[in-house]
Write a protein of this length. Structure first.
Length: 351
């Protein structure tokens, strides 16, 4: 794990140095975005580049934890816009990595649903809601005897699932959903609850094939049958369902995680005007609707929703029913003591 992160840090630093060198030589402006891969429609990027005579460079991370580690390496320098999970916004602001926003500089932000602008601490000041979704379970209904409806079926797997499970290594997701499986809040800070979650995760460990998020292409292990059940984000589940209609996504009855991703302005952004232009561009309703259909996630842009087809808006994987959502939780910022205990748990599980 450490070696993987170290390589990522080195690649990130080298890429930032390359970007910085080319930036000084190029005639056009440049925007550097720290983002998940495949989370931005290339057609929209190309359109923005033409419209603003700018180059957009994306640097990718593979987990929330890795994003934070990458930010630590350079103090948040080198990134103009950062795709941040809601739970991290306030922390990133305290560390001086992201700047307070001026909505007047991106008029299309008026289309955003106030609910998502206020969903987590710090969102109103520091984040532009990008997409929201859920974390649940994707499984092969044709190869699993009993339909999966509970987290316990993933954490205490039947023999047919043993050795064919994939998890998400991000500590908030892995530990949070173990807590949900035990009937506790995903945000519990109770030492005994966390100890139970650790025991559950260590009992599950021999049956887990990988803690790496599985690929979403034709070579995905859940398509080949090497993986039969995995933790997954709902939009990614829809991408894989295009390859195999026997894949089922479920938000377990105990509830899962409801998340919101935000775009934040880097404190050290070299061209804030261009960053605001991008925030305005992607929140133009037609562009936001195009983006939603590219990534298969629910948009917080109300004007964009009016442009989306009924089949998208009525898809229960994208827009779960309110009853299902009621039992789900946002990840919350936790006290330092609880975070230390969670970090120790994650380290023991992943070692």
């Amino acid at each position: 794990m450490f070696c993987t992160l170290a390589r990522s840090w080195l690649l990130s630093i080298c890429l930032l140095l390359t970007i910085g060198s080319s930036y000084s030589q190029a005639a056009s402006r440049q925007l550097v975005i720290l983002n998940w891969s495949d989370y931005l429609d290339p057609a929209l990027v190309a359109q923005f580049e033409r419209q603003y005579d700018a180059d957009v460079a994306e640097i990718y991370y593979s987990s929330d934890d890795q994003r934070t580690e990458m930010m630590l390496v350079n103090g948040g320098r080198g990134y103009d816009l950062i795709l941040v999970s809601g739970v991290s916004l306030e922390t990133y602001a305290r560390r001086g990595w992201i700047a307070e926003l001026d909505p007047a500089r991106a008029p299309n932000l008026q289309h955003l649903n106030p609910h998502w602008c206020q969903a987590v601490e710090g969102a109103e000041k520091y984040g532009v809601p990008y997409f929201w979704g859920t974390t649940g379970i994707l499984y092969r209904s044709d190869l699993v005897t009993t339909p999966i409806t509970h987290w316990q079926q993933l954490f205490r797997p039947a023999p047919e699932l043993q050795g064919k499970i994939a998890m998400i290594e991000t500590s908030a997701d892995m530990i949070g959903m173990a807590l949900k499986a035990l009937g506790y809040s995903a945000n519990s800070t109770n030492k005994a609850h966390l100890a139970e979650a650790e025991t559950l995760l260590l009992e599950q460990k021999p049956h887990v094939r990988t803690y790496q998020y599985i690929t979403l292409d034709e070579q995905s292990p859940i398509l080949s049958g090497d993986i039969l059940a995995t933790m997954m984000y709902n939009g990614d589940a829809l991408i894989l369902q295009e390859y195999n209609d026997q894949l089922r996504y479920v938000l377990p009855r105990e509830g899962g995680n409801v998340w919101v991703d935000y775009l934040a302005l880097g404190t050290h952004a070299r061209d804030p005007d261009l960053a605001y232009a991008f925030l305005d561009f992607i929140n133009e309703p037609a562009h936001a609707a195009q983006q939603a259909q590219f990534v298969y996630y629910a948009t917080p842009n109300m004007a964009a929703e009016a442009l989306l087809p009924a089949e998208f808006l009525q898809n229960p994987v994208i827009y779960p029913d309110p009853t299902t959502l009621e039992s789900s939780e946002f990840h919350q910022g936790l006290p330092a003591r609880a975070m230390r205990q969670r970090n120790h748990i994650a380290a023991r599980v992943l070692q």
